[in-house]
Design a protein. Sequence first.
Length: 259
Amino acid sequence: MLRKSLLASLSVALVVATFSLPANPSYAASKTELLVSAAASLKDSLDEIEKKYEKLHPDIDLQFNLGSSGTLQKQIEQGAPADLFLSAGKKQMDALIDGKMISKSTTLLLNDLVLIVPNDSKSKFSSVKQLSDKAIKMIAIGQPESVPAGQYAKETLTARKVWDTLQDKLIFAKDVRQVLTYVETGNVEAGFVYRTDALTSNKVKIALKISPYAHKPIVYPAAVLKQSKHQKEADAFYEYLQSTEGKAVFVKFGFELPK
């Protein structure tokens, strides 16, 4: 009886162990991880694209490294792994093209620069020159050297001849999303972000849309990097970003498409 009980227990354990095994043990290991270095302002649209794309391609695991375009550019130049680069500025992409680090690139999206204030702000603007008013103590912008939105803001303020006057009021942020946070929390009275960033928050409002003639065109180039170890998969995701389905997600989040 003891022997029969022992055999029965072993049989049950074997059955349980058998059904506990994955149907395809190599499935998890077969996933290809694609590393995408992308401008912080793309976060919300890329979160949605990630879900859609991984559902269509269960063998792909998308990983995003979000930050300022200038910082990401430097990381890539210094050898940080990445399969694709999505920049919020042409300057950063051009630097990698000049360095012969890009296998293919295209202008993916367009955007607008806006001045935002907290929702409860009473300040009204018809010109960025009004930022010189005493009521405005602090203004957030991205670091112009590394954050394209900060570069466009500097170009705008310079064109309107108030860049020098506002120096004592400027708070520099590591990326455009940090600017948004500063304004949301009321740590600054105003900040320069992309229109798409402003649309993601219910804690700020757009006080002024900046004229596109006050700064260089705001373009978002996308590229596949030569260093990618997964060229085929990187090319496929690059093409998806330009597809009707991919573009629809970007448009949903307020981006414009190149004409």
